[in-house]
Design a protein around this ligand. Structure first.
Ligand SMILES: [Zn+2]
Length: 341
């Protein structure tokens, strides 16, 4: 698939031209990218995530497809990124990691992160990291050793014996927090405080603004998290301008990094919306709104995220240099910290 095959609509082109083109810098580094083969989902379920992704055109979501999407979404921009496999519940994890490493070799500006789960032998993870220039580990809550994918704690899905490997190699850990209150959860905060101090050379990249899709959760968490100097935030999939506002106003601006969660979450057509203490992805086919009074098209999640980010950046008076850092420089600084000393 090349860029011309990407299903861009007028609504997307209008939003890019009128709201984003002047904001998004010419050089981007996306710190949250998933590359995968849908067939690496080993689930036998005919409705499995892998089969659904294949049906949507993501059978082979490698470097070529990612580049095609980037060319359509961010015309004229140079894009590199940090790439990891897709954490299917029944993923062939070894196959996924091999795929990502092989794809990343096609782009010298990008880097690979290794999918890990409890039960993997630390020496195997260590060997894979050494051999393949891996810059980080990607655990995920669906692999929690407790079997509870909602209320699990960090070390339930990232055992400390694997964090020790990350400490040894000074790696990034791309962490999607679990638990219903995410970063505002006292146990998560206590765990992050303890782990970031115990493993000071691990850089903790908290995905989705520390999984704060709700501004209030970040209001509670931004103070304690800002004090932890090896804790970073990626902006992927968050669409609430107020979340970015809190992060840029009260958080460590030099540790906030642009991310998309592509493929495919950033190119879902919809928006992550917050209400009460909940959040959900609103899409074209999961609502019953009467939209006859307006133009009813939804746009890409990543465009909604960038709209929110632009408004928060403006409100907080980010300088052009700070905007460059948000999209590129901060991620380069993080990458510069990786590696055995
Ligand atoms: Zn992700």
């Amino acid at each position: 698939m090349n860029a011309t095959a990407i299903p861009m609509r007028d609504v997307d082109r209008q939003i890019w031209a009128s709201e984003l083109e002047d904001f998004v810098p010419l050089r981007l580094y996306d710190v949250h990218v998933h590359l995968f083969r849908a067939g690496l989902d080993r689930s036998a379920d005919p409705e499995s995530a892998g089969r659904r992704l294949a049906a949507r055109g993501f059978a082979e979501a490698g470097m070529a497809l990612w580049r095609a999407w980037n060319a359509a979404l961010f015309p004229g921009r140079e894009v590199h990124g940090t790439c990891m496999g897709f954490p299917f519940v029944e993923a062939d994890i070894a196959g996924m990691n091999a795929f990502v490493v092989e794809q990343v070799r096609q782009d010298t500006g990008s880097a690979a992160v290794m999918l890990v789960r409890p039960g993997m032998a630390p020496e195997d993870v260590d060997a894979f990291v050494r051999r393949n220039n891996v810059i980080g580990l990607k655990p995920y809550r669906v692999y929690s050793a407790t079997g509870d994918v909602v209320d699990c704690r960090i070390t339930d899905f990232l055992p400390e014996e694997l964090i020790e490997v990350a400490e040894e190699h000074r790696l990034v850990v791309v962490l999607h927090l679990a638990r219903r209150r995410a970063a505002a959860d006292e146990l998560n905060l206590a765990d992050l405080r303890r782990l970031s101090r115990r493993y000071p050379h691990v850089q903790w990249q908290l995905a989705h603004c520390a999984r704060c899709f709700i501004p209030h959760f970040l209001e509670l968490a931004v103070g304690p998290l800002s004090e932890l100097e090896n804790v970073w935030f990626d902006t992927s999939a968050v669409c609430e301008s107020d979340v970015f506002d809190i992060l840029l106003r009260r958080g460590p601006r030099q540790r906030v990094m642009f991310g998309t969660d592509n493929l495919p979450a950033g190119v879902d057509r919809g928006k992550y919306i917050a209400f009460g203490y909940a959040w959900a992805l609103l899409t074209e086919d999961n609502h019953r709104f009467d939209l006859s009074h307006c133009q009813p098209d939804l746009t890409w999640v990543v465009y909604e995220s960038l709209r929110g980010l632009r408004r928060a950046a403006e409100r907080n008076g980010l300088t052009p240099a700070e905007i460059e850092d948000l999209f590129y420089g901060n991620a380069m600084r993080l990458r510069g910290m990786v590696g055995r000393k």
